[in-house]
Structure formats: structure tokens, C-alpha cells
Design a protein around this ligand. Structure first.
Ligand SMILES: Cc1cc2nc3c(=O)[nH]c(=O)nc-3n(C[C@H](O)[C@H](O)[C@H](O)COP(=O)(O)O)c2cc1C
Length: 250
């Protein structure tokens, strides 16, 4: 049996609508195979992610960041997961600043973090091959959901990972929704009790995204292990091979 770790990150500074959709996605992810799927929910509420100050400390010190805040904890969870599902409120047509600070530092610290694990002269980042799904919701319609998801897909590609969507026709590139002008943190919860079509679509897209992300992770995990002899010749695949072997040997 291949164990699959799913990390759900709620990118809202409050326990609100992003969390509601994330829980739908995580429940559905777990439902694929409760015995082999482990889900973890991480909320950035109350956490501190200072902005990158471009000091290059992480490049020279194995990825170590000069800021001593909540970054390191979330980076470890992130690196240990096979699937990451982001659920974020749209802020000014993109991701909230707190999450962007985490993403900037995560990406920038990768070369330092993996430097010692790469042979001399290899400067490429490792192929992390994580499956990453994105949920974005706002208060209005046509107000940044797709831009936000696209930003997270770009982040996914930069992290040498694989973006995933749910099913057509609710989920073209991720899951998106709006709270029909409700500013309340429980806007989705309230609307879900009625028959608002947009909310039903957002919930279905989130559930599909959760399920499909685990299924794709299982495909990728088995593919990596089955192709180990071939991939292992290229050092960029070694970190993910090591991670899967270590986890599944337990
Ligand atoms: C600083 C800020 C910027 C926002 N910008 C947008 C926006 O560009 N588009 C949008 O639809 N909603 C925007 N919103 C509204 C939130 O995305 C919306 O209320 C969302 O449901 C909040 O999610 P949460 O309950 O998980 O915090 C903004 C809210 C804040 C606080």
C-alpha cells in the first residue's frame, strides 16, 4: 500500500469560507482510500510569515531563513506532503499577502535546502512532483478567482510540481466560487443551506479537486517507484524517490 499525505492549506487569516471549501476537499481526498490517505489541515490564521528580505542567507546555509517565525514549520509540512491543496480568499485579485510571503520564501529557499543533496556542479532544483490543487473564492463574481488560481499554478510549476483540477464542467483549472456579496466568514455555510447554484458548483469543484488530486498522486507515486532504476540516474529525482521509499518502508 502506498501512503499518500495530503496537506490542506487555508490561506485566510480567519476561519472562514476558504476553510469551509478546504474541508470539503480534504474529506473527499480522504474518501479515496481512508487507510492509505492521511490528511492534515493547516490554517495560516494567527501565523506569522515575514516577507523575504533577499539576504541570501538561505542560499548559503542549507535553506535556513533569518526570520524565525512560522515559515519553517509550514515548509516542513509542505515538503513532506505528496498533495498540497491551497484554499485561499481572493485578495486584490490574487493570494493574500501572508501566503505570498510564505510562497516567496519557500521558492527562494529551495536551492539552498537541496544544495547539499545534489552532486557538485548540478544546479537544477529537484523534481518534487507534488500534486497541487487550488481553490480560490471571493466576495464577488469575476473578481480574481481565475487570476488567483493561475498564480498558484505558476507557483506549482516553479516548485517542480504538477497542477491538478477537478472535473469538467465545474472545475476547469481548480475550484472557484463567490459568496454572493456576503462578507461574512460563514457566507458559504449559509448559502450551502439554500439552492444557490454558484455555491453548489464551488462545493462540487472542491470535492472533485480533493479526489482527483489523491488519485493523481497515487498514479505519480507508483510511476516514480516503478521507474526508479531509470529516474534514479538523474539526481533531480533522488529526493522524491528517497521520500517515497522512506515513507513506504515504515
Ligand atoms: C484585503 C482584502 C481584499 C479582497 N479582495 C477581493 C478581491 O479582489 N476579489 C474578491 O472577490 N473578493 C475580495 N475580498 C473578499 C474575500 O475574498 C472574501 O470575503 C472571501 O470570502 C474571504 O474568505 P475567508 O472567509 O476565507 O477569509 C477581499 C477581502 C479582503 C479582506
Amino acid at each position: 500500500m502506498l501512503y499518500t499525505k495530503v496537506l490542506g492549506i487555508s490561506g485566510s487569516p480567519r476561519k472562514g469560507n476558504s476553510l469551509f471549501l478546504l474541508k470539503e476537499a480534504l474529506e473527499s481526498a480522504k474518501g479515496v482510500d481512508p487507510d492509505s490517505v492521511h490528511t492534515q489541515l493547516y490554517s495560516i490564521k494567527g501565523k506569522i510569515f515575514n516577507p523575504c528580505i533577499a539576504c541570501r542567507n538561505c542560499k548559503d546555509h542549507d535553506g535556513d531563513c533569518v526570520h524565525k517565525d512560522d515559515f519553517e514549520e509550514l515548509r516542513e509540512f509542505w515538503l513532506d506532503a505528496d498533495v498540497i491543496i491551497y484554499s485561499v480568499p481572493v485578495y486584490h485579485m490574487s493570494v493574500p499577502g501572508q501566503l505570498k510571503c510564505f510562497i516567496d520564501r519557500l521558492g527562494n529557499s529551495m536551492s539552498g535546502k537541496f544544495r547539499s543533496k545534489m552532486p557538485e556542479g548540478v544546479y537544477a532544483l529537484p523534481k518534487l512532483l507534488k500534486i497541487i490543487g487550488s481553490i480560490a473564492q471571493g466576495i464577488h463574481i469575476f473578481s480574481g478567482q481565475e487570476h488567483t488560481i493561475t498564480d498558484l499554478i505558476n507557483h506549482t510549476l516553479m516548485m517542480q510540481s504538477i497542477p491538478v483540477a477537478g472535473d469538467m464542467w465545474e472545475s476547469y483549472i481548480g475550484a472557484g466560487g463567490w459568496t454572493v456579496n456576503l462578507i461574512d466568514r460563514d457566507g458559504f455555510e449559509k448559502l450551502a443551506k439554500g439552492d444557490d447554484i454558484g455555491v453548489k458548483v464551488a462545493i462540487k469543484a472542491s470535492k472533485d479537486l480533493g479526489r482527483r488530486s489523491v488519485e493523481l498522486a497515487k498514479i505519480i507515486q507508483s510511476g516514480i517507484l516503478a521507474s526508479k532504476a531509470l529516474l534514479g540516474k538523474d539526481p533531480v529525482y533522488q529526493p522524491v524517490i528517497n521520500m517515497l521509499e522512506k515513507r513506504n518502508a515504515v
